[in-house]
Design a protein around this ligand. Structure first.
Ligand code: ADP
Ligand code: MG
Length: 702
């Protein structure tokens, strides 16, 4: 296996090693200065890099290249151009120029822009992001494409994608953290990088059964479906032995991901039936975002080969757990120092305490923004439900840091730190070892896990760029405020200790180590004054609120117009999604469920009459017929009512916020009235008479 990994790992990536081998020394050095130290890109090297990239990609079979970017949709975008160019005498040559590498010009008018388009017309540019390596993607049809990660902006420079603000936020946190480090005596670090390891949850469903579900096909989630007799209550799915079919899927998935240099490390069965998880080794927030997009796309692609369908939606099935994406986040210097690592003596490590206080203060000061960063129509089903973190932002610190924070608040400084105890099993044959200094908490949205924070709210379909951009920005902002305050202090150590104490005291209210799923926590959080934003449409307005605009503009991450545009895109997307769900529900009800029920009803009626004609008592048939007819009437009238509600949505068009709110408060709120009688009918009808696969078939017949 090891041989296999090393043979394929990174084989499709224009990696550091490939660059070192193929680029002229000076070009390599210049490019590395941009990638590693964040120095401005010297565009004069582009021709040389492009030529090497083309040679390398063609050796792998590539005929085309594309700028691969992330518009404000849920997927990546690409437009293939071949390497073919004409030359004067009518002949052709294969070429890829530096200009083509650096910039491309897709039509911006067909991507969501949230109104930025009106002011900037249709022109948009994609620009090469040299900090995320280019790669060659192969399709099953045998096409090989050189993909160049790129940022996407409008003609006037506003970002129209997820990558641009993420890169700006990485610059911001690097700049502010370096300034802070200087105060602590570190003048040699050149760059601070934010990293993330995103754990990705997903479902695998039998392909043929999936194809028969209009809701899964169009909405990514089921809109109907009664609970089967068994769900996840036996806790027998989590970490269960992986079925052969799924294991062979995972093996092929891993091999494909290794080609792209993605170190898929951990895989296991998740809590819900048919649910699984994959965790790669962490990387910079930018590369990890690109890789996570590749992971999601590859998961789907490989599933098709195994007669499976990969479902990434946050809540594909009611009644069992949905899927999220745990974002393990940390910041570290180019010298390899993790600024979130408590080290051996966190009680006396002032620098660590400074960054810890900054993170906690940032999270508390901007809880609404952080909550918003994980909001989507799909994630509305999770956040606040008893399976995912609550919609209330709190931070789990664990015993060790909790004790240190308490000491600082009480005495102004910490003097001792609880250490990991020794594991003693009581059985002589089992090993003993030192346990972690901190236990875990699965219910916390923002949990400290040893040397990183795990942001657990993020949705499974979402690009991690947005939440990571928000986290980088709010932490950078807080570091900046704290650094500014300490600048010019007569006695740095005393001033710093006092500042840390003040910040921890002011923000200790977000520290919560208990059960985040409990009702008591909701009450307690309200007493502490922590926001509890229940749904996405209520969270979005915080994005372009004055307080946010100030932070984002001060750090140069996004301006007011960009923030407003993004908020608009989010709300519009929400309304459209709920509209699609409503229309799908109506279609399934009218064209699939109701006809199937009527057919069965007619059969029952015929049977009852025949039985009666034979002089046999048809009570059972008649009673069933009555039940079914009643529920059928209920279903039909609820469907008609939903149709009317959807039609009325047109009244709100033009005011995106009101439109989205209407879809949430009125249209979405009516879904249950349609679903309930339909699910009850499913339970009354014979399995063979139901028009599409049931939860039982979808979840337990993978
Ligand atoms: P846990 O057991 O806490 O879930 P894992 O070691 O399984 O931790 O890691 C989960 C994810 O966190 C992985 O993607 C891993 O690469 C990532 N990770 C580990 N250390 C760090 C770090 N310092 N910064 C960011 N991510 C990290
Ligand atoms: Mg984890």
């Amino acid at each position: 296996m090891m041989n296999k990994i090393s043979a394929v790992f990174g084989s499709h990536v224009f990696s550091d090693q490939v660059m070192r081998e193929r680029l002229p020394k000076a070009v390599y050095k210049s490019l590395k200065a941009t990638i590693d130290k964040g120095e401005p890109l010297d565009t004069s090297i582009a021709d040389s890099v492009a030529a090497a990239m083309k040679e390398w990609a063609m050796e792998l079979g590539a005929t085309h290249y594309t700028h691969w970017f992330q518009p404000l949709t849920e997927t990546t975008a690409e437009k293939h151009d071949s390497f073919v160019s004409t030359v004067g005498d009518g002949g052709v040559i294969l070429q890829f120029t530096g200009k083509e590498l650096i910039k491309s010009e897709p039509d911006a008018s067909s991507f969501p822009s949230g109104g930025l388009r009106e002011t900037c017309a249709a022109r948009g540019y994609t620009a090469w992001d040299c900090t995320s390596p280019a790669f060659v993607k192969t399709t099953d049809e045998g096409t090989c494409i050189l993909c160049i990660p790129a940022a996407f902006t409008s003609y006037t420079g506003e970002s129209l994608d997820y990558k641009t603000p993420l890169l700006r936020s990485m610059d911001a946190i690097s700049k502010e953290a370096l300034k802070a480090l200087t105060m602590f005596g570190n003048t040699t670090a050149k760059k601070v990088t934010s990293s993330v390891g995103p754990e990705q949850e997903y479902f695998l469903i039998d392909k043929k059964k999936f194809a028969k579900r209009t809701d899964l096909k169009l909405c990514g989630r089921t809109l109907f479906g009664a609970m089967p007799p068994k769900g996840q209550e036996l806790d027998d799915q989590y970490f269960a032995a992986i079925k052969d079919k799924i294991a062979s899927y995972m093996t092929e998935l891993n091999e494909e991901l290794w080609k792209y240099g993605i170190l898929a490390k951990t895989q296991h069965n998740e809590v819900a039936p048919a649910q699984h998880e994959l965790a790669p080794i962490f990387s910079t927030t930018n590369i990890a975002t690109d890789q996570n997009h590749l992971v999601m796309a590859t998961m789907k692609k490989i599933a098709a080969k195994h007669d499976l369908e990969c479902v990434l939606h946050e809540k594909p099935f009611a009644g069992v757990n949905g899927s999220g994406k745990h974002n393990n986040w940390s910041i570290s210097t180019d010298e390899g120092e993790n600024l979130i690592d408590p080290g051996k003596h966190p009680e006396t490590n002032l620098q660590f305490q400074f960054f810890l206080a900054a993170v906690l203060a940032a999270v508390d000061n901007n809880a609404e923004l952080l909550r918003l960063s994980a909001s989507s129509a799909g994630n509305d089903h999770r956040l606040g439900a008893n399976e995912a973190p609550p919609a209330i932002i709190s931070a789990f610190l664990g015993e060790q840091l909790q004790s240190i924070v308490e000491q600082i608040i009480e005495k102004g400084e910490a003097t001792e730190s609880p250490k990991g105890k020794t594991y003693v099993s009581g059985a002589s044959t089992l090993p003993t070892f030192t346990m972690d200094a901190t236990d875990r908490n699965r219910t916390s949205p923002f949990a400290f896990t040893g040397n990183k924070f795990e942001f657990r709210m993020v949705g499974s379909t979402q690009s991690i760029a947005f939440p990571m951009m928000v986290l980088n920005t709010i932490v950078a902002d807080q570091i900046k405020k704290m650094t500014d305050e300490l600048e010019g202090a007569d006695d740095f150590e005393t001033a710093c200790k006092a500042l840390i104490r003040r910040e921890l005291t002011a923000h200790q209210r977000i520290i919560f180590n208990g059960n985040g799923y409990s009702d008591e926590w909701v009450e307690e959080a309200a007493k502490r004054g922590l926001p509890n934003i229940k749904c996405m449409v209520d969270a979005v307005p915080y994005l372009a609120a004055d307080k946010s605009v100030k932070i984002f503009e001060d750090l140069g991450v996004m301006d007011k117009a960009e923030l407003e545009a993004r908020a608009d895109v989010m709300l519009e997307n929400y309304a459209k999604k709920i509209n699609i769900e409503a229309l799908t529900m109506i279609e399934m009800s009218n064209e699939e469920i109701i006809p199937a029920v009527m057919e069965y009803q007619a059969e029952l009626a015929k049977g009852a009459a025949e039985i009666k004609a034979l002089g046999i008592d048809p009570t059972v048939q008649v009673s069933l017929l009555n039940t079914i007819s009643e529920k059928l009437t209920e279903l039909k009238s609820a469907t008609v009512a939903l149709e009317e509600l959807v039609t009325k949505a047109a009244d709100y068009e033009g005011d995106t916020e009101a439109w989205a709110k209407y879809f949430h408060n009125t249209v979405f709120a009516a879904f249950d009235t349609v679903r309930k009688p339909a699910d009850e009918l499913e339970k009354e009808l014979p399995k063979t008479a139901w028009p599409f696969p049931t939860y039982e078939q979808l979840l337990f017949e993978q």
